[in-house]
Design a protein around this ligand. Structure first.
Ligand code: NAD
Length: 361
């Protein structure tokens, strides 16, 4: 049965990079038998302009009904003066909340062809392929009570609460173990169990879930050590799973090991495997409309979608290999340009991926 992808181009470079991802999806459908249909809707600043809301009800309903959502990016200077409640970013948060997307998957993969783009030594990062799984809807970012209070002394005190229930920990750990089963079967659970009771529970539950995955080896690391190890020897990791705040910090750190924001996809999944897929970068208003944006993070987000929501891992692999073959040909968008490579625009890069896909058939 055909699966439905809701396409949300959004703002800035969003429509440009999404156009290339749509070409790729059409190629997989027409040439390789992928059973999908696509719909398109508005989110972000363009949705506000058209309807007065950054997340129109129709868009949310279509997203809920779809098997997967592919998002470009939202936001830009035009909408910055708006009240927070109707800013483009609210559209994104509304989608995450509305779909219950609790598992954020952030791969950090460094193509050997781009090893020079990292700020770390090539031998430390060449071949890096790690997946950080961040809990996205709980932890200290959502815990109650929270606030700033004034004490009798007149001094103010700010407070937040780190809270996780067993079921919240269990479901994110299951995602990590399931994904590890599709990769190199190693999970590192990151916590601060020596100081924080909530993450002591995290560690206990991770161990319990791990018993259901005898093939996966489970290790534990305190978050401070994990941060150090990520820049010391990042290739030791396969899958890392951690809390909302630790994951927020560690995933940005890991992303930058690869040095190229235009190459990194992401996914956010809910309990039924439905997901929203997007490049990690924003709407890049500084280069919007120039046809120079790198579409590869968005195209690689399609590969994640094939693997995690559409049940088509072999098509995901085919697409990832097509991207690699384009890099092998020396084609680079402006953000990756270096001596000896050929700089191409957004559409030419998308066309090259489609050509490489066809050549693989
Ligand atoms: P940004 O990621 O849009 O841009 C940072 C820098 O990276 C810019 O110089 C940009 O030109 C470059 N860049 C980004 N993507 C690129 C690509 N595909 N190819 C080539 N170069 C690329 O971050 P920002 O400038 O801080 O934010 C711009 C807008 O995007 C803001 O309105 C922000 O709120 C929004 N934003 C949206 C998302 C999202 O939709 N998920 C994420 C982050 C930021």
């Amino acid at each position: 049965m055909s699966k439905t992808i809701l396409i949300l181009p959004g703002d800035g470079i969003g429509p440009e990079i999404i156009a290339e991802a749509v070409k790729v999806i059409a190629c997989l459908r027409d040439d390789f038998g992928l059973a999908v249909e696509t719909q398109e809707a508005l989110v972000g600043g363009c949705a506000y302009d058209a309807t007065g809301s950054p997340l129109p009800e129709d868009t949310l309903n279509q997203a809920k009904a779809a098997d997967a959502v592919l998002l470009g990016a939202v936001g830009g200077p035009k909408w910055e003066p708006l009240p927070i409640a109707v800013r483009p970013e609210k559209g994104l948060l509304g989608l995450r909340a509305g779909l219950g997307l609790f598992a954020n998957l952030r791969p950090a993969l460094l193509y050997p062809q781009l090893a020079a783009a990292s700020t770390l030594k090539p031998e430390v990062v060449a071949g890096l392929d790690l997946m950080i799984i961040r809990e996205l809807t709980g932890g200290i970012y959502f815990g109650q009570p929270r606030g700033v209070e004034t004490l009798d002394s007149g001094e103010r005190r700010g407070f937040n609460t780190l809270v996780y229930s067993e079921s919240e920990i269990e479901r994110i750990c299951r995602v990590a173990f399931d994904i590890a089963m599709q990769r190199n079967k190693r999970v590192c659970s990151v916590d601060k169990a020596n100081v924080l009771e909530a993450t002591e529970l995290w560690r206990e539950v991770a161990i319990k879930v791990g018993q259901d995955y005898p093939e996966v080896s489970l290790s534990h690391m305190y978050v401070d050590n994990a941060a150090m190890q990520l820049v010391r020897a990042p290739k030791q990791f396969d899958v890392m799973v951690t809390t909302n705040m630790f994951g927020d910090i560690l995933s940005d750190c890991a992303a930058m090991l690869t040095g190229s924001i235009g190459m990194l996809p992401s996914a956010a999944l809910n309990a039924s495997g439905q997901g929203m897929y997007e490049p990690i970068h924003g709407s890049a208003p500084d280069i919007a409309g120039q046809g120079v944006a790198n579409p590869l993070a968005t195209i690689l987000s399609v590969a994640m979608m094939l693997r995690y929501s559409l049940g088509a891992p072999e098509q995901a692999e085919r697409l990832e290999q097509a991207v690699e073959s384009v890099l092998d040909q020396g084609l680079r968008s402006a953000d990756l340009a270096s001596p000896g490579t050929k700089t191409v625009g957004t559409a030419a890069m998308g066309d090259a991926v489609v050509a490489a896909l066809r050549a693989s058939g």
